[in-house]
Write a protein that binds this ligand. Structure first.
Ligand SMILES: [Zn+2]
Length: 253
């Protein structure tokens, strides 16, 4: 990976364009300015590589520099969560102080607002580890996409993960609304393509729609002027995943 400056400029430009006339641009610029203070002290390394503990935890953790490594780290954390071995290493005072001046998260994760899928808990990560964006059914809008762009471009995480989950109520409500031909709310409208794409696939209708939604969200994110080029350059890995409520397992697509 190279220095984050070029992608940062792209991010600011794209965000300003996408958020013209809204408060998002101002919020993003404020956030960028705040991050500059931390970044100035470490301009020769990539954000992920600059972190002493590679995005968190005890000093035994090697730095995360690639999307594959970030994915492995998330899977390791999920394995601890599933087996009731969660370490909660990045949640104490030591970690809070360590990341108080600058942050170097190693993954950006888009998940659902479902109360049973708290991202940091599912992956056993703590302060300064993950950029987490949540919306019902992982539905994208300018704010959600802009926040994800901030994570990958400004904070330089080498991984962007879209995490769907079992029995997603937002997708289920969309199926029911479409079947009833009732009012089409914003969420239903946004999730409708996933339900339609999954139509006819063998197996459970809701589960299929949830998987299709993750695929479609990833496809939409690849169209972002910030995210698409980052992936093409090899600096960013995009991945989809499915969280099983029954087992706690995250299954990478
Ligand atoms: Zn959900």
């Amino acid at each position: 990976m190279t220095e984050p400056a070029p992608t940062r400029r792209h991010f600011l430009t794209a965000t300003a364009l996408a958020a013209a006339g809204t408060t998002l641009g101002a919020a993003a610029l404020t956030a960028c300015a705040a991050n500059d203070q931390g970044a100035k002290s470490n301009t020769t390394q990539t954000p992920a590589a600059a972190a002493p503990a590679g995005g968190g935890g005890p000093a035994v953790e090697p730095p995360v520099t690639t999307g594959e490594q970030a994915l492995e780290r998330l899977q390791e954390g999920n394995a601890r969560f599933v087996s009731d071995q969660a370490g909660h290493d990045d949640e104490g005072t030591e970690r809070r102080v360590a990341v108080s001046q600058a942050q170097h998260p190693f993954a950006t994760v888009l998940g659902c607002v479902d109360s049973r899928v708290p991202i940091e808990l599912v992956f056993d990560r703590g302060l300064g580890d993950l950029v987490v964006v949540r919306s019902a059914g992982e539905v994208l809008d300018h704010s959600v996409t802009g926040s994800l762009e901030f994570g990958v471009a400004e904070l330089g995480t080498p991984l962007l993960l879209v995490l769907g989950h079992q029995r997603c109520g937002a997708v289920d409500a969309t199926i029911k609304a479409l079947d009833a031909e009732g009012d089409i709310s914003y969420l239903v409208k946004a999730l409708q393509p996933a339900v339609q794409q999954a139509a006819g696939r063998p197996g459970d209708r809701l589960t299929n729609a949830i998987h299709a939604n993750v695929e479609l969200v990833l496809a939409q994110l690849r169209k972002s002027a910030v995210i698409g080029p980052l992936e093409k350059s090899g600096k960013l890995k995009l991945a989809g995943a499915y969280y099983e409520l029954d087992t706690g397992k995250v299954i990478i697509s």
